[in-house]
Ligand binder design. Sequence first.
Ligand SMILES: CC(C)(COP(=O)(O)OP(=O)(O)OC[C@H]1O[C@@H](n2cnc3c(N)ncnc32)[C@H](O)[C@@H]1OP(=O)(O)O)[C@@H](O)C(=O)NCCC(=O)NCCS
Length: 200
Amino acid sequence: MKNTELPCIARLRNGKSATLALAEASDGALLLEFYRSMSEEDRLVLKDDVTTAEWLDRFLAALHRGEALSVVGKLDGEIRGEATLYRTLHGWARHVGEIRLNVDRSARGQGLGLELARHIVKLAIDRGIDKLVAHMVDSQIAAKRTFEKLGFHKEAELPGHVKDILGKKYDLLVYANDVSYIWSAMESMLGDFRPDRATR
Ligand SMILES: CC(C)(COP(=O)(O)OP(=O)(O)OC[C@H]1O[C@@H](n2cnc3c(N)ncnc32)[C@H](O)[C@@H]1OP(=O)(O)O)[C@@H](O)C(=O)NCCC(=O)NCCS
């Protein structure tokens, strides 16, 4: 299995270059800035309140313990997208990884989300994860499409499982896939996917 090669440059559809790299503790301030700059609409159904210093402390501690792995996408030195793999190192779900993915509105539709997702999936494979899941709600069309492109499918729907920051409830969609299927989907996708050449 190929190892992910980070840091690397990703050419986006608009011709700009994003630097993709593993997040380190030194990225903490930029990460907080990235999440704090998100509109409330974009943060509505995020699992954590990613705008607080407490969240950043928990996140950096999880990175340190190896229970989280994060790839950041930077444009002009600013974080414009982030993908996290969460995993537990003990217990019956130690083969399962959860992916969370966010791209700043200003950078969407240029291929950054898919590139971040592709790299975090490769990192998960390298670490022996067998099954990957991504949680979303029905209105997250781009998220569904991004994960479907990597071979994920809707595995479960949990009614009323998500309560947004304003108190409204949504059904939780659990997208999942086993890694071998994801890998073959990525290989075939990479055969014809070139963000810098794609037309929209
Ligand atoms: C999901 C998200 C990360 C995608 O980021 P992005 O950089 O815009 O994604 P890409 O440009 O790589 O597009 C990936 C695919 O999503 C689809 N897509 C992107 N924006 C879309 C939109 N507005 N409507 C429908 N599909 C869309 C495209 O079809 C694209 O596939 P294509 O290359 O075949 O056209 C971004 O929309 C986001 O941050 N959303 C809010 C958070 C979220 O939903 N996270 C996922 C839950 S974990």
